[in-house]
Design a protein around this ligand. Structure first.
Ligand code: F6P
Length: 326
C-alpha cells in the first residue's frame, strides 16, 4: 500500500508517566525511518491550541529512553475540551500539515483524541498513566515504574513502623482506581489494602477492631496501604490512634510516584507501543488505540476502547485475603 502519511504530530497529555520519553523516541525514530516528518507538540493539547511545536529529528530524542517525565511536557487542557478551543486546535493541526496525531496519555487524553477524530483528524492513542485505569488495556506506560517506586517507599516505612510498633497509613496515587494500592499492598505484605472499588473495607470501626486484634497478637507493625480515592489518610490515622491507643502515622507518597527513571518493562513496552502506533499509520489504519490484551500488543478502534469498562480483578482480592495472617 502507498503510504499517504507525510507528517504526524506527537503529544503527551494528562499526568506524566515514566516511559513516555521512551515512547516518544520510538514514535519519532520509526516515523523518520519511514520518511514521515514528525512535529513534537508541546504541553499536550495546549500545543495544538497555541501552535507550540518543534520539528523532531532523530537526535532530538537521543538520550531520553532512560529519563522520566516527558520532553514534550504535558498538561490537562480545559480549553481544548470546549467547542471553540477544539476548532482552534483542528485549524492549527491542518495548518501544521498533520495527517495524524499520536496522543500518549490516559483516559481523559483519549477523550480529547476522540474529539479530534470527530473533526476528521486521524488519531492514534497510546495508553500512558501510572493509574492503570484505562479499561481497554492490561498495561499502561508508567504503572510498572510507579508501583516499584511506591513499593520501595512502603518497605522503608515498614522498617521504621516495626521499630516503633506503630500503625502506618501509606497513601498511594491512582485517582479513582485501586491498582497501585493492590500491587504495592500485596508486594509489601501490607496488613490492609483500601481501594475505592471496595470502600466498605474502609469502615473505621472495622479497621480499629482489626488493628487491635493484630497488635494484641504480637504484630510489630500494621501497614495500611490507602488508595487516594478512598479518603484522607491523615484523618484516618487520627481516628485509628484515638480508637486503638496505638501510635499511628500517615505518609502520602504523592508525586514521587510519577517521577524517576522508567523500569525495563516500561521502557520496552513503551517502545513497542510507539513503534506499533506508527506502523498502524503506515498500514493505513485510522483512529486506533494501542493496547495490551492477553499479554500481546494490539490495536483497537478508539470508540470501542473508550466504551469498555474495567472491574477490579477478583484474583487480586482473593490474593489479598489468601495471604492474610489471621
Ligand atoms: O493520573 C495520574 C495521577 O497521578 C493520579 O494518580 C492523580 O490522582 C492525579 O494524576 C494527580 O493529578 P495532578 O498532577 O493534576 O495533580
Amino acid at each position: 500500500m502507498i503510504n499517504r502519511i507525510k507528517c504526524i504530530g506527537v503529544l503527551s497529555s494528562g499526568g506524566d508517566a515514566p516511559g513516555m520519553n521512551a515512547c516518544i523516541r520510538a514514535v519519532v525514530r520509526t516515523a523518520i525511518n519511514n520518511g514521515i516528518d514528525v512535529k513534537g507538540i508541546n504541553r499536550g493539547f495546549n500545543g495544538l491550541l497555541e501552535n507550540e511545536y518543534r520539528d523532531m529529528d532523530k537526535n532530538s530524542v537521543s538520550n531520553i529512553v532512560n529519563v522520566g517525565g516527558t520532553i514534550l511536557y504535558t498538561a490537562r487542557s480545559k480549553e481544548f475540551m470546549t467547542e471553540e478551543g477544539l476548532n482552534i486546535a483542528v485549524n492549527n493541526s491542518k495548518k501544521m500539515g498533520l495527517d495524524a496525531v499520536i496522543v500518549i496519555g490516559g483516559d481523559g487524553s483519549f477523550r480529547g483524541a476522540k474529539k479530534l477524530k470527530e473533526k476528521g483528524i486521524n488519531v492514534i492513542g497510546i495508553p500512558a498513566t501510572i493509574d492503570l485505569d484505562i479499561p481497554c488495556t492490561e498495561y499502561t506506560i508508567g504503572f510498572d515504574t510507579a508501583i516499584n517506586t511506591a513499593m520501595e517507599g512502603i518497605d522503608r516505612i515498614r522498617d521504621t513502623s516495626t521499630s516503633h510498633a506503630r500503625c502506618s497509613i501509606v497513601e498511594v496515587m491512582g485517582r479513582n482506581a485501586g491498582y497501585i494500592a493492590l500491587y504495592t499492598g500485596i508486594s509489601t505484605g501490607a496488613e490492609e489494602i483500601l481501594i475505592p472499588e471496595k470502600k466498605e473495607l474502609a469502615s473505621i470501626d472495622s479497621i480499629i477492631t482489626r488493628v487491635k486484634i493484630a497488635m494484641k497478637k504480637g504484630k510489630k507493625h500494621y501497614i495500611i496501604v490507602n488508595a487516594e480515592g478512598v479518603g484522607n489518610s491523615y484523618e484516618l490515622a487520627k481516628k485509628i490512634e484515638q480508637g486503638t491507643g496505638i501510635e499511628t502515622r500517615a505518609t502520602v507518597l504523592g508525586y514521587l510516584q510519577r517521577g524517576g527513571s522508567p523500569t525495563c518493562r516500561d521502557r520496552v513496552l513503551a517502545s513497542i507501543m510507539g513503534v506499533s502506533a506508527v506502523k498502524n499509520l503506515l498500514d493505513g489504519k485510522q483512529n486506533r488505540i494501542i493496547v495490551v490484551k492477553n499479554g500481546v500488543v494490539k490495536d483497537i478502534d478508539i470508540d470501542e476502547g473508550l466504551n469498555m469498562t474495567k472491574g477490579i480483578l477478583t484474583e487480586f482480592l482473593d490474593t489479598v485475603e489468601g495471604v492474610e495472617s489471621k
